[in-house]
Design a protein around this ligand. Structure first.
Ligand SMILES: Nc1ncnc2c1ncn2[C@@H]1O[C@H](COP(=O)(O)OP(=O)(O)OP(=O)(O)O)[C@@H](O)[C@H]1O
Ligand SMILES: [Mg+2]
Length: 373
């Protein structure tokens, strides 16, 4: 279900994957048929579970792996036969170690000397890039004398120092603790905004992908399931895999009863009928998964205007500081979650209460049946 984004004009496109396939053993396709246009200046993230082919795709773009079939274009030119160091691509990897015997400044000078820049140019650029990542004072230190976050910033600086048009990052923050990771996410994002460089970023952390990216390509089993801006991906998942992978959702299994344009009615096993958006459904009678986000479900009086209205028995409260997750039994499902901002939670609500609840048609998405649950 991969797609070319046809809305981007040819001149806006920096990288194109065209029918790219990759097999390591000549049998199994790790990347199945990748068609992807990456726009100039874009922050594009490849997001997906472990083994879905993200690193493989990035390595083919970097030139460290060769496609089994298809073509990769950089600025309109096929790079299938261009070696990695001639691709003008900066790279940051989780374990892309700095040279331990070189100072920070020497580490940064290295990619420039290799490219034959003069000494003055080298020291000028090193200074500039050090200031950019706020490490001006650390030029003479060795990597071992820096914290993990500082080392990662040097690695980032090293990828940017020769001013490439494209920077690839593969889980660059994976080794950092949560707080530092979130800080670095903002730093990389702001750096991207300031420099206007094109970034292709790989992560399996959905929060990271949603926070940082202009667009996210969701990978699964070597195929792009959906490519869209973060908000669209979250609000309008196109299939059950994406709905499950990005954020939380309540899933109800049923069968399609009728479809009328983009609306449909789905019957649950116990007989309840639910009005939903027909996003990805087959013929009447075929199995359907309904996806309903926990924050789109209203409780008690708030549910009065909803076209889908049922009742639920409160089973558990889970406090998360700024909001509460309420677990309920709804439509025969014992783990139906409703997310309530703390300020909106009825303090009288207690475990065992049976309450009305509901959601609007547009917040119930009828999707393909989930094969493995
Ligand atoms: N050099 C290789 N030789 C053989 N198989 C490989 C090689 N590199 C990767 N694979 C296989 O290809 C599949 C995809 O791997 P890839 O590294 O692209 O996944 P990924 O999406 O980056 O996963 P992760 O999130 O774990 O890094 C995996 O099943 C992996 O075992
Ligand atoms: Mg990987």
């Amino acid at each position: 279900m991969s797609e070319v984004n046809s809305s981007a004009g040819a001149s806006d496109v920096l990288v194109s994957f065209r029918g790219v396939q990759k097999s390591y053993d000549g049998e199994v396709l790790i990347v199945k048929d990748l068609n992807l246009d990456i726009r100039k200046g874009e922050f594009l993230t490849l997001l997906g579970p472990s083994g879905s082919g993200k690193t493989t795709s990035l390595m083919m773009l970097a030139g460290f792996e060769t496609p089994t079939a298809g073509e990769i274009l950089l600025a309109g030119r096929s790079i299938n036969n261009v070696p990695p160091h001639k691709r003008d691509i900066g790279m940051v990897f989780q374990n892309y170690a700095l040279f331990p015997h070189m100072t920070v400044a020497e580490n940064l000078a290295f990619p420039l000397s290799v490219r034959g820049l003069s000494k003055t140019d080298v020291s000028e650029r090193v200074k500039r890039v050090l200031d950019m990542v706020q490490l001006g004072k650390f030029a003479a230190r060795y990597p071992a004398q820096l914290s993990g976050g500082q080392q990662q910033r040097v690695a980032l600086a090293r990828a940017l120092v020769f001013e490439p048009q494209l920077v690839l990052m593969d889980e660059p923050l994976g080794a950092l603790d949560k707080q530092l990771r979130e800080h670095m996410q903002m730093e990389i994002k702001h750096l991207h905004q300031r420099l206007g460089v094109t970034v292709v970023y790989v992560t399996h952390d959905q929060g990271e992908a949603l926070t940082m990216s202009d667009r996210v390509a969701v990978f699964h089993q070597g195929e792009i399931q959906q490519i869209a801006p973060p908000r669209t991906l979250y609000e309008e998942p196109r299939n059950t895999f994406v709905a499950n992978f990005i954020g939380e959702n309540n899933r109800l299994s049923g069968r399609l009863i009728t479809q009328d344009g983009d609306r449909c009615v789905v019957g649950l096993e116990r007989g309840e009928k639910i009005q939903a958006l027909a996003v990805n459904v087959g013929k009447p009678g075929s199995p359907v998964t309904l996806s309903i986000r926990p924050e789109r479900v209203f409780l008690n009086g708030h549910s009065e205007q909803c076209s889908n209205r049922f009742s639920g028995r409160v089973a558990e409260f889970i406090y998360l500081g700024d909001h509460v997750r309420v677990r309920l039994e709804v439509c025969g499902k014992s783990d139906f979650f409703v997310k309530q901002p703390i300020a909106e939670l009825d303090p009288a609500l207690a475990v065992g209460d049976v309450v009305p609840l509901g959601w609007q048609v547009e917040h119930a998405r009828a999707l393909d049946p989930l094969l493995v649950d």
